[in-house]
Design a protein around this ligand. Structure first.
Ligand code: PRP
Ligand code: ZN
Length: 285
């Protein structure tokens, strides 16, 4: 039987949320003790737990058909893989940071300085573009301690909450790149795994749409129905049901979370009353 092989991060910022995504897609894993691999019990999927730095290479070579990892790693490794979807979790930035007590004067500060990083490719390209001449010290991990032990003057590393920088007496001075989790695929994916991949992406989209939309119900005088229908057009059109009270209707629709407050204000102005907002479990367009 054909299965799709998915690589996710073994330990780190993305591990929990990658597993959570599978769970919300209704995929259950057996032997989830995360040794090296786990098999789904109700979907043709095998999960490989790897270091995120290695995932682009394994996906390029087809050891895994697809992978979930930070876009920062995809760009840094520059392997031959296709980025299919942005997954809207694990948002972070790749930033330059220097010791807190240093005064920062702008990018020129980094001229003739040593910068420790695990992202030499992205940093190198950035410095070149900005015409800054600095020395890049490539290290594999624990980059944040480099200035403290005299290995570098500053660092270029991933910042999420900022607590790692804070704990190491560093301050963020420039953002080079914004990143989030992405889904990547091997270029030569076979027809069997490709079909399973499309089923998985269908589920991911349903979960993502549900998370970014709300179900909305409201009452409005019939005279306001046309205007309200244009404000909340929903997936095809809103549902309109007559209320027991003459001249009034109930309107049901979906609305994007990011414009929700703005739209609510306009709905009220148009005459809407008794607005209810309900989370959506899955949304299939
Ligand atoms: C990054 C970075 C820091 C941490 C920053 O590591 O190297 O260790 O996250 O997060 P914070 O701002 O919330 O403290 P990442 O998760 O990318 O893992 P890896 O480099 O060890 O693979
Ligand atoms: Zn890593």
């Amino acid at each position: 039987m054909c299965t799709l092989k998915l690589a996710i991060q073994k330990n780190g910022r993305l591990s929990e949320q990658s597993l959570e995504l599978l769970k919300t897609c209704g995929i259950r894993l057996a032997n989830g003790d995360r040794k090296l691999r786990a098999t789904a019990t109700n979907f043709p999927l095998e999960v490989l737990f790897l270091r995120d730095d290695d995932i682009p290479q394994y996906v390029e070579q087809g050891v895994a058909d697809i992978g979930i990892l930070g876009e920062n790693e995809v760009l840094e490794k520059a392997r031959n893989v296709a980025t299919l979807d942005r997954l809207s979790f694990a948002a972070c930035r790749l930033s330059l940071a220097i010791p807190r007590e240093e005064s920062y004067t702008g990018l020129r500060y980094f001229n003739n300085k040593r910068i420790a990083t695990s992202y030499p490719r992205i940093l190198g390209a950035f410095l070149k573009e900005q015409q800054i001449v600095a020395e890049i010290e490539e290290i594999g991990g624990s980059v944040e301690i480099a200035p403290g032990i005299g290995l570098a003057d500053g660092i270029c590393d991933i910042v999420s909450t900022g607590s790692t920088l804070l704990m190491n007496g560093l301050k963020e001075v420039e953002t080079i790149l914004r990143s989030e989790a992405v889904l990547i695929a091997t270029p030569g994916i076979g027809p069997g795994p490709a079909a399973i991949l499309e089923q998985l992406r269908f589920r991911i989209r349903a979960v993502h749409n549900a998370a970014t939309h709300k179900y909305i119900l409201l009452n409005a005088p019939d005279a306001a129905l046309a205007e309200i229908s244009t404000l909340i057009p929903g997936m095809k059109s809103p549902t309109i049901l007559p209320l027991a009270r003459e001249g009034w209707s109930s309107i049901h629709s979906v609305v994007r979370e990011d414009i929700f407050w703005e739209v609510t204000g306009q709905l009220k102005k148009a005459g809407a009353e008794g607005i209810l907002v309900i989370p959506i479990e899955k949304m299939i367009l």
